[in-house]
Design a protein around this ligand. Sequence first.
Ligand SMILES: [Zn+2]
Length: 350
Amino acid sequence: MLNRRDLLRLLPASAFLQANSRGATASEFTRFDSHIHIHQEAPALLSALETTGWQGLDIVVCPAVGNEPFDLDAKLAATRDVVLQGQGTLAWASTFDARDFENPEFVERTIAHLQRTFDEGAIAVKIWKTIGMAIQSKSGAYLLPDDPRLLPIYEAIQNADRTLLAHLAEPDGAWLPLDENNPEYPYYSRNPQWHMLGKAGAPSKEEILAARDRVLAQFPDLRVIGCHLGSHEENLDALSKRLDAFPQFAVDTAARVRYFARGNHEQVKAFLERYQDRVLYGTDFSFRGGDENAAVRSMNARHELDWTFFASEGPMDYEGQPTLGLGLPEPILRKIFRENALRWLPTLNS
Ligand SMILES: [Zn+2]
């Protein structure tokens, strides 16, 4: 009989190889949401994903800043449990707590920690915006993504053939005045700790992304998925430059499809056609407990709305924004909604 750890290792193989076996109402193939957060029991969400023909990547984030206590091991264990219960519906990505980066044992301990999560089935590692925007040294300097103490960790991720998921920086709104003209007003008014304008000593968005780009330049063989369009949601030209410069860099669309919906239709379409191998569909759907049936409705509605936007042509409404469906051809839809995940997260197949 298989023990739990063996089962976790086997799950991706048993589930993801039968790629197209399940029929979906809105598409002929099983779609993949590469950016989900579910870290507690959620049987209704798991069965909704199965019913509607979706699989996904459940990503663990360590959001802790300052000295606040945070039980990362408990969150990782809870995530593994959800993935196990999903029986192939979800794969998962682990993470580490970077707050301890000045400790001389940080690098070795973090690499050992990540290796344990790989042994337990994690197929990717997430780094979060705390790096660049929140974590500071004892002397007050902000930790940047290319800090020398993080480099051996990236190398270990590459050596383990895992993918680095990088949510670094934020939309421009984090550095704009917090008023109703700010396109991200709803988020930063509720989460003022991430509104960076006027924070003494904090790096600019450009400085954070430049540090990320130095990591990409230094590790040409490390697969990196930039979450949220790599934080270039307002500027597809800037994103194109990075995609051209760094062939091992891809992006997910999590929580940023609305930028496509309000952007220039022809430009967005041309971008997705040109970079059809480099974009992974994702939502950033998060279940934080409470009414699970309401969460199911919200997740299903998000998947349906986004699928309609990418797959259909003609006028439609996207969260109150009149827009045009992109009407992408089937081969491109297959890439963005499934095949790119299998390619950029190759451990899904192993
Ligand atoms: Zn997320």
